[in-house]
Design a protein around this ligand. Structure first.
Ligand code: F6P
Length: 559
């Protein structure tokens, strides 16, 4: 695409620029007084989710123009190409088929001459066998004792998705099975792992090595520390070769798109789970990378998670753009970023179970759409992914909401909450207390988005207030209500954001499925590590790096 045919030259984009000039000074409060029934006009439902987009600084005609922009970007065809397995990941020349991981067994999806669904379900069946063995207390360590602790070693997409879902679905842990606790270690400095190694029994600990590439140094460093720990404690430092073999077989599972690398590392082929190059790391929790989730909540619940995501996939594919949840969520973002200059986005779940949801979305959104080059290699003359961060809403109220309410930045906020909670708590008195806490949380969720919108107008009286107590309001927000937080609705929620990212990438004409921006840092870190260890070659570095290395060496020499 040449400069002149880029999306910002399209008639819809130009109309939106002109329209934004009119909308820039319109306060959200006046939009609500223009027409009654704004909530109904800007709210859509689907897959157990209610999406209220009424608190955005837009009108009906804004949305109509944004939908026109989406059509000019040929969005409908892009959605079909994604789900049909076409090579939408242009820089790596391959499909991006996370949607295939949640297809039901009876579906067929022929990608480049081969139906991928049987392989997907074969992997699910192998996961199920592993999960059932653990839950039956039949997965035994090298000394014959059943496994009690599973540690996932992975980072980025091989950590954040499983961590987030395992935490979110903790209520769904099966009770009538042999209990296995799931833990996560991601950081290359070994902080999490070091703690586990002091507390866990090597005889009953299983490590899952999760790495699509099986080359990620963070994960391989943790894995090698774990292997040495097991060997020292169970196999006489590897001297006892029979025990050493048992350790490798019974204490390690590998999950990767590179079976040969897993074998090289020593993972028994029977304990290798595969996925495919056509699944992006940050889109991979739906298959073998989801093993920790399945171990935590059981395979039935894991399949429910997939079913919820699949429901959203069908909604995304089959629903007209004007009622399509991911499309509308994406368009609200495009409007804010590209036309109203709102370039920060906060994710605010009002449910402690979604503690890791914002971290998960940080990777999903910013690693996918943090790009400044179009698919044709042109520099994007428009903004792309905003800075996105978040925290549990109730905790964030006592941390950074001050900035949302009275700071100088415009911030788009996503408020997320389940409508019902605690129905399954058995003790009636505790249930009543917890339901009251849930009510309090919902009230805060609704109140905060209202205050961000209205500012001082939310106050019952208009008595004069000193300027430090004034709220200007007018912060745009989305409210997303889940009927309940279940495996199914969580699957739909995650898929909603995956597709939102895809819609925005399509309009911005960038590739959401590669991440070349992280490669240079990895390369330079490898070189720096060599200099740090050998103390040779620092003279070629910049002054700051040299100075910092000197501080480290002096400290090492002093001890
Ligand atoms: O460095 C970024 C990244 O490649 C992410 O995209 C990925 O999720 C993470 O590292 C982990 O990669 P892998 O699963 O190959 O270990």
């Amino acid at each position: 695409m040449s400069q002149s045919t880029m999306i910002h030259h399209s008639p819809a984009w130009q109309r939106l620029v002109a329209h934004a000039a009119d909308m820039r000074d319109v306060h959200l409060t006046s939009l609500f007084t223009e027409h009654s029934g704004r909530h109904a006009r800007f709210t859509r439902r689907g897959a157990g989710l209610t999406l209220d987009l009424s608190k955005h600084r837009w009108r009906d005609e804004t949305l109509a123009m944004l939908l026109e922009l989406a059509r000019e970007a040929d969005l409908e065809r892009a959605i079909a190409r994604l789900q049909n397995g076409e090579r939408v990941n242009l820089s790596e020349d391959r499909p991006a088929l996370h949607t295939a991981l949640r297809l039901p067994p009876e579906a067929r999806l022929v990608v480049e001459g081969e139906d991928v669904v049987p392989d997907v379900h074969d992997t699910l069946a192998r996961m199920q066998a592993m999960v059932e063995k653990c839950h039956a207390g039949q997965w035994r360590g090298a000394t014959g004792r059943p496994i009690t602790d599973v540690v996932n070693l992975g980072v980025g997409g091989s950590d954040l998705g499983p961590l987030m879902v395992t935490h979110a679905l903790a209520d769904y842990r099966p009770r009538d099975v042999h209990q296995v606790d799931i833990h996560f270690a991601s950081t290359m400095d070994g902080s999490q792992l070091a703690d586990y190694l002091t507390r866990f029994n090597p005889a009953t600990t299983l490590f899952v090595l999760s790495s699509k590439s099986f080359t990620t140094i963070d994960t391989l460093s943790n894995a090698s520390t774990a292997r040495d720990w097991l060997m020292t404690r169970l196999a006489d430092g590897g001297q006892d070769t029979e025990m050493g073999e048992l350790v490798m077989r019974q204490h390690f599972v590998g999950v990767s798109a590179k079976p040969e690398k897993m074998s090289e590392w020593g993972i028994d082929p029977r304990h290798q789970l595969r996925f495919w190059e056509w699944v992006g790391g940050r889109y991979s929790l739906w298959g073998a990378i989801g093993l920790p989730i399945a171990l935590a909540v059981g395979m039935e619940n894991f399949r429910e998670l997939l079913a919820g995501a699949h429901e959203m996939d069908r909604h995304f594919r089959d629903t007209p753009l004007e009622d399509n949840l991911p499309v509308l969520l994406a368009l609200a973002g495009i409007w804010n970023v590209n036309f109203l200059d709102v370039r920060a986005h906060s994710i605010l779940p009002y449910d402690g179970r979604l503690e890791y949801f914002a971290s998960y979305l940080e990777q999903l959104e910013m690693e996918s759409n943090g790009k400044s080059v179009t698919n044709d290699g042109e520099i994007t003359p428009y903004s792309t992914c905003p800075v996105l961060w978040g925290q549990l809403g109730p905790n964030a109220q006592h941390a950074f909401y001050q900035l949302l309410h009275q700071g100088t930045q415009a911030v788009e906020c996503d408020f997320i909450a389940p409508v019902r909670r605690y129905d399954r708590v058995e003790d009636p008195a505790t249930r009543a207390h917890l339901k009251a806490q849930h009510r309090l949380t919902l009230a805060n969720c609704i109140a905060q988005s209202r205050v961000l919108m209205l500012g001082d107008e939310a106050l019952p009286s208009d008595a004069p207030r000193p300027s430090h107590k004034r709220y200007r309001g007018n912060q745009p927000s989305t409210t997303l209500l889940l009927d309940r937080l279940t495996p199914r609705t969580l699957g739909s929620l995650i898929a909603l954001y995956e597709h939102k990212v895809f819609v925005q990438a399509t309009i911005w004409d960038i590739n959401p499925f590669d991440q070349w921006g992280v490669e240079l840092g990895k390369q330079i870190a490898t070189e720096t590590e060599q200099i740090l260890a050998s103390r040779r070659g620092a003279e070629a570095l910049d002054d700051s790096s040299r100075g910092l290395l000197d501080v480290v060496w002096q400290a090492q020499d002093a001890t």
